[in-house]
Design a binder for this molecule. Sequence first.
Ligand code: PHE
Length: 340
Amino acid sequence: MTVKEDLVRLQSEAIEAIASTADEASLDKVRVAFLGKKGSITAISASMKDVPKEDKKAMGQALNAARTAVTEALDARKQALQDEADAKSIEGLDVTMPARSLPTGSLHPLTIIKDRAIQILRRLGFALAEGPEIETEFHCFDALNTPEDHPARNESDTFYFDSGKLLRTHTSTVQVRTMESAKPPIKIIAPGSAYRRDEIDATHLSVFNQLEGLYVDSDVRLSDLKGTLEFFYRAMFGDQTEVRFRPHFFPFTEPSFEIDVLLTVKGEKPKWIEVAGCGMVDPAVFDAVNKSRGDSAYDPATTTGYAFGMGLDRLAMIQWGIKDIRLLIENDIRFLSQFA
Ligand code: PHE
């Protein structure tokens, strides 16, 4: 048999083998058998060196033709196998069937309120700050001028760890931490969780959400505090919102106030609702911060500031007329889907 006849035979064997493959793996085996390093067609091209000179050209052409034919058959079969697999994977698919609707998620009401509060306050130049939820007594109480015998420090009000650390009872801890690490001027807000050992009912949870604000500079006044917070509550609840500052006491501010907004629910008598505590930073807080820093960056003689802390849960309850704070943590889809 001549080499040429060999080639013709190999080519048709290859084509036949290719046609009978059922998957890509066996197709690859056929390729290796004929065109691989030790493949039978490859072997013939290795024997080209023994072909007489005058036959070389014709042989070379025949070899190329065989290789091309087999390669094309391999490619075509590969494509056909892939097409078959594709067709199989959508077998029985009814493209006219109506799509199943995918439920889209939505933000939790607390997140919506928090984002809105942050957005309003950032417009007023406040930067975001944060601090740990497991705190020292120093950051939660001592530096905030809260005496040893203050009721907020009671075991019955505060979650203490054996180590003496505690779950922060308010976000005012971030005031202290921020002043420890940066010099004035400071203008920050710190949203975050706070923890108290409260009896759980429609208006109390043991975990709730606050947003703390602190502005410290050389000439910050009570009127700045008032204007800022009035602006805030009107931006939040509408231009007509009435805001009232009621004298109060906090160990870390002097003077101190509680802020109420007038809530008008259709068909009900308007009600003042407490929404925040605030005041001018007590010089004793600056003293404590200086001591902790080891300098006098917060000289009470030349430094003034205001602070405020508001409950975000309360804001959400006002915004949407939510009567029971527990709804905010129960994750009942019937409740949450109303905010979608
Ligand atoms: N930390 C106070 C509270 O939790 C609120 C407050 C913050 C009051 C800042 C004054 C200044 O009730």
